[in-house]
Design a protein around this ligand. Structure first.
Ligand SMILES: Cc1cc2nc3c(=O)[nH]c(=O)nc-3n(C[C@H](O)[C@H](O)[C@H](O)COP(=O)(O)O)c2cc1C
Length: 158
């Protein structure tokens, strides 16, 4: 029986280019967020989107608690934000100095390429991750060009 090492899986699936998002929520202590690329449109009728949360992510319980989350599609030039929200700064500090507004109850990062607001409808187990399904309640276009994640690095479309 063939088996695939986790590192190999990461290397090969890394050949699938994705955008880069910051999944946000409003907690009792303010805005929170984490960088995520395991984000997929799921259904058109009804409108559903899914996000895969690492079970160790601190954002996951806060999304569960708020029942609502935002998906901020980052623009080229927002790599610093991608790195910041991929790190483990205390949650309360992640948004320090990051301009955002609250729209439909979710933090929207200024300068995002696009954003969606979702009501959390389901959390399903997926190995060491949890699949969060959201009903899309807001969808807006922003500015600029997308930031791309490919083969373990940030890049741009051209
Ligand atoms: C490009 C990129 C994509 C990522 N995608 C995901 C993802 O889809 N789901 C996830 O749980 N973590 C993902 N991560 C890792 C999280 O951003 C990281 O674990 C972060 O520290 C989580 O923050 P939190 O503990 O404050 O929630 C990604 C990191 C990078 C750099």
């Amino acid at each position: 029986m063939r088996s695939v090492a986790p590192q190999r899986f990461r290397q090969v699936i890394g050949r699938f280019p994705t955008g880069v998002t910051v999944v946000t929520a409003m907690s009792a202590d303010g805005p929170v967020g984490m960088t995520a690329n395991a984000v997929t449109s799921l259904s058109l009728e009804p409108l559903l989107l899914l996000v895969c949360f690492d079970n160790g992510s601190r954002t996951l319980p806060l999304v569960r608690g708020s029942g609502r989350f935002g998906v901020n599609v980052l623009a080229r030039g927002q790599e610093d934000l991608a790195r910041r929200f991929a790190g483990k700064l205390p949650e309360a500090e992640k948004f320090d100095g990051v301009p955002y507004s609250l729209d439909d109850g979710v933090p929207v990062i200024e300068g995002a390429h696009a954003w969606l607001g979702c009501d959390l409808t389901e959390l399903l187990p997926g190995g060491d991750h949890t699949i969060g399904i959201g009903a899309v309640v807001a969808a807006e276009l922003g500015v600029g060009e997308p930031l791309v994640w490919y083969s373990g690095s940030y890049s741009a479309l051209r």
